[in-house]
Design a protein around this ligand. Structure first.
Ligand code: SF4
Length: 414
C-alpha cells in the first residue's frame, strides 16, 4: 500500500464509510466535560448535527480504519477483488483525528468501522484500541459507535462494549440464502451468536447499575444492525419478518435499512440497478409501525402485495387501512388507543391528545383537523360527533382520492 498522508487517507476512508447507514447517535446516556474534566460531550450547545440530502446522519466522524479487506462480499466496494484505492489508518491516527475534529466542534463523536485486515481478531483489537485510547488516555466523553466483527473473539467484542456507546453487528442480508450467496465468508450463526452475547452483556451491565452506582457502563446506547435492501431477492415481507425477529431476540435498539447502491466493478451476481430509495423509506415506516404503533409483524406484512412487496406510492399504514376497510370508521370519541393508532394520518402524539381531550368533551372534525397534517387522509377512516363518512370509506376510488399526488420530475433539473 502506497504511503499516504492523513488527509489523503481521510478522503479515501471517509468516502468508503458512506455506504454504512447505521450511524444515528440516539439513545445514549449523557456524558459531559463540565468542571474542566475530560473533553467532549454527548449533548449541549455547539455540537454540529448535519444530515446528508438522503437523510443520513453525518454529525459523527464516520470513517473506516481501513478499506482493505480479506473478505469478498459481493455487495461491498471494499471487498478483496474490488479495484479501489486502498488506505489504512493506525489506531493512533484515528484517535488524533477524532480529538482534533471534536475540539473544533465539527463532530459529536466517532463512528468507526473497518475492513478485515489480517484476521477478524487483529482488526477487532485495533478498533478496540482506538476506543480504549480515546476513553482512557484522553478521557474522551463524546459518543463512540463501533462496528464489530462477529467472527472476532467474543472477549474482544465485549471490550468494544466497555468503551463504546453503541455497538453494531451487521446482519447484512435478510435471509441466510442471500448471505451464503453474496457473503460466503460470513456466517449467520456467528452473527446471531455475537448479538446474543452482546444482549447478555448489556443486560448484565443494566442489572449491575441497579445495585451499584459506580458499575461500569456497557454500550449504553445498545446494539443496532444494518440490512442491505435490494441486493438479493428478499422481499419487503422477508425484511420486516427478519427485523422483528432481531428486535425480539436480541433487544436491538435499531435496525437500519440501506438501499443497495451499485458499486464500480460490481460482481455479476448483483442487480444492475439500485432499488428505489422509496423502498428503504417504506421499510423505515414499517419499522416505526412495529416499534411505536404496536403493529404486529404479520399485520405489517399483510400490507404487502402477492410478491411480498410494500406499495411505494402510499405508506404501509394507509395501505393496511385501505385493505381492511371493514375495521373503519373508527369513532374518535370511543375507540381504544390501539384502533386510533391504526387510523392513517394520526400519529402517536395526535392519539395521545385525542385520548386526553375526549375525557372532557366530545370531539368534532375540526378538533381532529387541528391535530393532523391532512384531514383529507384521516376523514374517510373516522367518525366524530359531527361527521360520519357513510359511503366514503367503501368507495372503489378511495385510494386514488387520498394517495399523495405523484410529481413528474423535470428531465433536466439539477
Ligand atoms: S467483511 Fe465488511 S468490509 Fe470486508 S468485504 Fe465484507 S462487507 Fe466489505
Amino acid at each position: 500500500m502506497a504511503q499516504l498522508d492523513v488527509q489523503a487517507k481521510l478522503a479515501i476512508l471517509a468516502d468508503a464509510a458512506k455506504y454504512d447507514a447505521s450511524c444515528a447517535s440516539s439513545g445514549t446516556s449523557s456524558r459531559n466535560s463540565k468542571g474542566g474534566k475530560g473533553v467532549g460531550s454527548t449533548e449541549g450547545m455547539g455540537i454540529c448535527h448535519a444530515y446528508a440530502p438522503d437523510g443520513r446522519c453525518i454529525s459523527l466522524l464516520k470513517i473506516l480504519l481501513t478499506n482493505s479487506c480479506i473478505f469478498d462480499c459481493a455487495y461491498c466496494i471494499n471487498r478483496k477483488s474490488s479495484n479501489v484505492r486502498r488506505a489504512r489508518f493506525t489506531a493512533e491516527e484515528v484517535v488524533r483525528l477524532t480529538l482534533a475534529f471534536y475540539k473544533r466542534n465539527y463532530i459529536e463523536g466517532l463512528f468507526l468501522s473497518s475492513g478485515i485486515i489480517r484476521s477478524s481478531n487483529y482488526t477487532m483489537e485495533q478498533i478496540v484500541e482506538v476506543a480504549r485510547s480515546l476513553r482512557e488516555d484522553h478521557d474522551f466523553r463524546g459518543y463512540i459507535h463501533l462496528k464489530t466483527i462477529p467472527d472476532a473473539d467474543p472477549e474482544l467484542v465485549r471490550q468494544a462494549g466497555i468503551h463504546a456507546d453503541r455497538i453494531s453487528i451487521n446482519v447484512e442480508l435478510p435471509t441466510e440464502t442471500g448471505l451464503t450467496k453474496l457473503a460466503p465468508e460470513k456466517d449467520a450463526a456467528r452473527i446471531e451468536s455475537a448479538m446474543r452475547d452482546m444482549k447478555a452483556s448489556i443486560a448484565d451491565a443494566g442489572d449491575a447499575a441497579k445495585h451499584f452506582k459506580s458499575a461500569p457502563k456497557f454500550a449504553p446506547a445498545g446494539q443496532s444492525t444494518q440490512m442491505i435492501v435490494g441486493a438479493d431477492a428478499a422481499s419487503d415481507a422477508d425484511i420486516v419478518g427478519k427485523a422483528s425477529t432481531l428486535y425480539v431476540r436480541f433487544g436491538l435498539r435499531r435496525v437500519y435499512y440501506s438501499a443497495f447502491s451499485p458499486i464500480p466493478d460490481a460482481s455479476a451476481v448483483l442487480p444492475l440497478q439500485r432499488p428505489p430509495l422509496m423502498r428503504e423509506h417504506r421499510l423505515y415506516q414499517s419499522d416505526w409501525l412495529m416499534r411505536f404503533y404496536g403493529f404486529a409483524p404479520k399485520e405489517v406484512q399483510s400490507a404487502a402485495d402477492e410478491h411480498g412487496m410494500l406499495p411505494l406510492d402510499i405508506d404501509p399504514k394507509l395501505a393496511l387501512a385501505l385493505k381492511f376497510r371493514e375495521s373503519f370508521p373508527v369513532d374518535v370519541n370511543r375507540a381504544p388507543k390501539e384502533m386510533l393508532l391504526r387510523v392513517p394520518g394520526l400519529g402517536t402524539k395526535a392519539v395521545e391528545r385525542i385520548l386526553s381531550s375526549r375525557r372532557w368533551r366530545k370531539l368534532g372534525l375540526d378538533d381532529i383537523a387541528r391535530l393532523t397534517l391532512s384531514i383529507t387522509k384521516v376523514r374517510p377512516f373516522i367518525s366524530t360527533s359531527d361527521w360520519r363518512p357513510t359511503l366514503v370509506t367503501d368507495r372503489a376510488d378511495l385510494r386514488m382520492l387520498i394517495a399523495p399526488k405523484q410529481h413528474q420530475l423535470e428531465l433536466f433539473a439539477a
